[in-house]
Design a protein around this ligand. Structure first.
Ligand code: ASP
Length: 193
């Protein structure tokens, strides 16, 4: 859907990473840029939107929820990863958590730095999000957010820092973390969605 994970422009501007443009790299190029993704899952990239997440509207949220639900209903789809700007990632994650009727893993991820920044976090976040979405143990947990190796529940997660790559936190802690390409769970949400 866009965001900083699909951002670029640091190199051209020669400026601090705040000078980049969000939502300019295609979903297919994001997938192609991460070595090893194809070993975790058979991936199909889809460009539903290409926006800064502050520009999400109710209509776009509904469009995303309907498309994710449609994909989850397909027998040849095991899970869905949504790449998203971090500014409203928690709102979209919670909306999908409440509205998409599927036990298949739905994982949102993003990045705090654009793809051409030194030590960009997007490629690793995408790899980890796919690892979680592709893992059979990730189903039935509601919508998940994977950022900076942590796996959060959409029920709890919030963006708590404007700059650090460790920008997302949950009041009761993360559900688990991603270790060597697989989720390791420490807790589960037992409240109904
Ligand atoms: N403004 C960007 C967005 O939310 C910030 C980010 O992705 O970190 O799309």
């Amino acid at each position: 859907t866009g965001g900083t994970i699909a951002g670029a422009g640091v190199a051209e501007a020669g400026a601090p990473s705040a000078a980049y443009r969000a939502a300019v790299v295609s979903a297919a190029d994001l997938v192609a840029a991460v070595p090893g993704l194809g070993l975790l899952a058979e991936l199909h990239a889809e460009q539903l939107l290409q926006i800064d997440s502050v520009d999400f509207t109710d209509a776009l949220l509904l469009r995303l929820a309907r498309r994710v639900a449609e994909l989850c209903a397909q027998p040849d789809v095991d899970g869905v990863v949504v790449t998203h700007g971090t500014d409203t990632l928690e709102e979209t994650a919670y909306f999908l958590h409440l509205t998409v009727p599927s036990a298949k893993p739905i994982v949102l991820t993003g990045a705090m730095r654009p793809g051409d920044a030194l030590a960009a976090d997007g490629p690793a976040n995408l790899l980890q999000a796919v690892a979680v979405a592709a893992h059979p143990s990730s189903g039935g947990r509601g919508v998940l957010v994977v950022m900076n190796e942590d796996i959060h529940s959409a029920r709890d997660v919030a963006k708590v820092h404007a700059l650090h790559v460790n920008a997302f936190a949950s009041p009761h802690g993360a559900l688990g973390l991603v270790l060597e390409g697989a989720p390791r769970w420490y807790r589960a949400v037992t409240r109904p969605h």
